[in-house]
Design a protein around this ligand. Structure first.
Ligand code: PRX
Length: 650
């Protein structure tokens, strides 16, 4: 079926937005009117929105401080508390009984947590953390499965002014350790384990391992009991979450914090060195989380059930599973397990069972579910869905059309949202009831966002020409820096264009109608199943194995994952059994980083092709990995035989 779709599909086909009564934006004129207001009076427009959409403990007077650009500060003399904005104000408005979180465990149990109950839990957790010595400004690492306690932990941190850093639960002990140490966390909140593919995935043992070899900063480990699996216990250090919360009062006065107070640090991969701790603020981040919920998803808190399938270990889970929906006072759904357990119908079954109205996932998941067959969605009632979203990587038109027809019944607009860990929230996206969509295009910048496609010198490129995507004005949810490394922040995002533009690291083009098309990373960052991975990170993991002398990682196009990881490895000595060694190296990378970084293919060679200046010829390696014809001039290569080896011919 999908083959026929692709053959009739033209990339410039347009889909008009359906009408929707009471939509936040119901026409392109409405979008343009707000964008014009920003253009005419950027600060005044942000001022109005920030006053209208957040509860301030101390109102701000200054909107944007550019004095130390590119270290921008937003609403800096204002004070607020994020958890108060996400919980108390809704309870005070009489919405305490409304469901804040619907949670479904992988085995099938369901919990519905009201705003009132969530507030009580958050207060208990905040009090318990205080009792453990956590103070304003301390860092707390959260290493959890997708259970409501993960959201409780995040909100509890924000209540007392601790900065959280969530580490994806499938990262290895080694990766966890690096992040705990970089953040200097005093407390780690974890669980015994969580369900994945029908079995309990142990988390606590990774924490134990991380702490065994370092992390002197950590004083306590707070452990949620979820998996019921056997775990080690260190008296004095480890504390049972349930026991600790049980004895705490269910009220806790929220701390009044500067708008610029770091709400969280989230580690993400860059093209060089170790993952960087992206720092996000309180006021600016929350404002954008709330506004984009309303604008991009036309979120209607009274009626919608919103489901973002991302794990809270990623920015998408932060902004759109937790902070965005809760800041709006709506209902967010969390699911613990894998999308295909026990079968490929699980996501659609959950949508039907909980009457999900807005569904947000990654193209890689869509492509995997297309492969599973149309019979799975056909078994479930998806008629409540009204908006579909995608994020994390370019969506191929074929997957877009499937999503639109088979899941959305040609009724639901698709919002293809382009953004990054660094941007805090959506940047380019259709507005569901205003923007005519083109499959594969993230369409236009949201109101308040100014984007352009430029050449290496920063000059705008012509229509249809490829270039670099930049953001030309600061925005409230922009990252505030890289934890502990201000220089790297300036170098990575700002120096390329003399501090004038934020450089996103993506290639893009604008078509004749002004639609933005994202063309993927222009640096050495891979996008594997919507997960960002630095080639250097995987190379370092490989080289840390005693048998490996040198390694180069490139991406290879993959039908489902978007990009697969292809490794070229030079060994220190001879190898009799490449297949066995390949398995050993895959396992090694998994231990160093996590299963998501495991190379899909490893090819051994006597050396790697390099330029005269000693740079690895990555374009050549990419061609070899993809099985394409080699386009690079290789006549200068000393050892032509290497090419044959790399191509797997020897
Ligand atoms: O290359 C872009 C791609 O994902 C990168 C950001 O990755 P990360 O910080 O992990 O955040 C992912 C979720 C926000 C971007 O630089 N990307 C993200 N969304 C899209 C996308 N590429 C194309 N289309 C998108 N909608």
């Amino acid at each position: 079926m999908s083959g026929t779709i692709q053959s009739v599909l033209q990339e410039n086909r347009k889909f008009d937005p359906p009408p929707s009564e009471g939509a936040c934006f119901d026409s392109m004129q409405a979008y343009q009117a707000l964008q014009d207001r920003f253009f005419d009076d950027m600060e005044g427009t942000w001022r109005e929105l920030a006053h209208a959409h957040l509860s301030w403990r101390k109102p701000f007077t200054r909107v944007l401080n550019r004095d130390q650009a590119p270290f921008f500060r937003w609403f800096e003399d204002g004070e607020l508390n994020v958890s108060e904005n996400c919980l108390d104000r809704h309870v005070e408005a009489g919405l305490g009984k409304r469901t804040a979180i619907i949670w479904e465990g992988e085995p099938g149990e369901v919990r519905r947590i009201s705003y009132e109950a969530l507030l009580h839990d958050v207060c208990r957790a905040a009090n318990a953390m205080r009792e453990m010595g956590i103070e304003q400004g301390d860092r707390v690492v959260i290493y959890m499965p997708m259970v409501p306690e993960a959201a409780v932990a995040m909100l509890a941190c924000s209540r007392i002014g601790a900065t959280h850093s969530v580490v994806f639960g499938a990262f290895s002990a080694q990766a966890l350790k690096e992040r705990i140490e970089d953040a200097g966390a005093k407390l780690v909140i974890t669980a015994d384990g969580g369900y994945r593919r029908g079995a309990v995935h142990d988390l606590k043992s990774s924490v134990d391992e991380a702490l065994k070899t370092g992390c002197a900063c950590v004083r306590h480990v707070l452990v949620v009991k979820r998996g019921g699996n056997d775990i080690g216990w260190r008296q004095g250090r480890d504390i049972d979450w349930h026991e600790a919360l049980k004895v705490q009062p269910d009220t806790c006065e929220p701390v009044s914090l500067s708008s610029e107070h770091p709400l969280f640090i989230l580690y993400t991969s860059g093209s060089t060195g170790k993952p960087k701790g992206i720092v996000h603020s309180s006021g600016g981040f929350l404002l954008w989380a709330r506004l984009t919920m309303q604008w991009t998803f036309d979120f209607r808190p009274k009626d919608d059930v919103f489901w973002c399938t991302a794990d809270i270990g990623w920015i998408t889970g932060h902004t759109y599973s937790v902070y965005g929906p809760l800041a709006c006072g709506g209902t967010t759904l969390m699911y613990e397990g894998v999308p295909t357990y026990p079968d490929a119908g699980r996501l659609w079954k959950i949508c039907a069972a909980h009457s999900v109205t807005v569904f947000y996932t990654a193209p890689t998941a869509i492509r995997a579910l297309i492969k599973a067959g149309d019979e799975w969605p056909a078994k479930h009632d998806l008629s409540k869905l009204r908006i579909l979203g995608t994020v994390g990587e370019p969506i191929n038109p074929e997957a877009w059309i499937w999503y639109y027809t088979v899941i959305g019944g040609e009724r639901c607009p698709i919002v293809d949202t382009w953004w990054q860990t660094e941007t805090g929230g959506h940047m380019l996206s259709p507005l569901p009831f205003a923007t005519p969509t083109k499959p594969g295009s993230a369409t236009f910048p949201l109101p308040g966002i100014f984007a352009a496609v430029v050449d290496n010198e920063g000059k705008p490129v012509g229509k249809g020409e490829g270039g670099l995507l930049v953001i030309t004005q600061p925005w409230p949810a922009m990252l505030r820096g890289i934890w502990g490394d201000p220089k790297r922040y300036e170098e990575t995002y700002w120096h390329k264009f003399g501090n004038r533009y934020y450089f996103a690291g993506d290639g893009a083009r604008c078509d004749e109608d002004g639609y933005f098309w994202i063309m993927g990373r222009v640096d050495d960052v891979l996008n594997v199943s919507g997960h960002r991975l630095g080639t250097m990170e995987v190379e370092s993991a490989l080289v840390s194995h005693e048998l490996v002398a040198e390694a180069a990682i490139v991406g290879r196009p993959d039908d489902v994952k978007g990009e697969a990881i292809f490794a070229f490895v030079v060994l220190k000595g001879e190898c009799d059994d490449p297949a066995a060694l390949e398995a050993i190296l895959r396992k090694h990378v998994s231990q160093e980083i996590g299963p998501i970084a495991k190379p899909d293919d490893i090819r051994f060679a006597g050396s790697l092709p390099k330029t005269r200046s000693g740079k690895i010829m990555r374009r050549l390696l990419r061609d070899i990995a993809a099985g394409r014809e080699i386009t690079q001039d290789i006549s200068t290569l000393e050892d032509q035989k290497v090419i044959e080896q790399l191509q797997g011919q020897q």
